[in-house]
Ligand binder design. Sequence first.
Ligand code: ITT
Ligand code: NA
Length: 198
Amino acid sequence: KTIVIATRNPGKAKEFTKIFAEKGYQVKTLLDYPELPDVEETGKTFEENARLKAETIAEILQQPVLADDSGLIVDALDGRPGIFSARFAGEPTNNAANNAKLLHEMTGIPSEQRTATFHCTLVFAAPDKESLVVDGDWSGKIGTIPRGENGFGYDPLFFVEEEQKTAAELSDERKNEISHRGKAVAKLKNQWENWLKK
Ligand code: ITT
Ligand code: NA
């Protein structure tokens, strides 16, 4: 029993591997299938992009595939980088350059206007099935200096008021309990086994 996560981002994959592993499924990512084509993210929404990734790979491999499309929506930047979060500073993804660009664009913006939301849409696709779609959001504020070593991507700049910490200062476990991805995974947890058996 194998589930493929249609991602080349190891930071993401790590965050949802556990829910499948504990049910006896083997988890693979696109890093295990170097021969597969790159799926272009041509959609206009997180859901469209997650569907493109999951449904394209499920069709090719003829097995269940989960994809995550996620990003950071910054109010003071009119919602940018949004679906372009991975390639904010250009391609290929460069987290340090993305964070530097975000800090630069936020220069001079006061604390109360630095609100932001992390969003995650998960699409689970399987041959001859209607895909399962869930999502989750996480509210925070863009910091002024990067803090913390955990997590990935924009985590060092995403300040979580309830915790008085950046996402990169949270343990992996705590981040998974409260993050956008954690909330989406919690919804998936209730549904995926029944959906897969149907
Ligand atoms: P795949 O498409 O291969 O899954 P990707 O990194 O390109 O990997 P996305 O297109 O969904 O994935 O882009 C999401 C970007 O949003 C990601 O690269 C991070 O920069 C950011 N992001 C998403 N979730 C995050 C999280 O939990 N913490 C920090 N940054 C996150
Ligand atoms: Na994307």
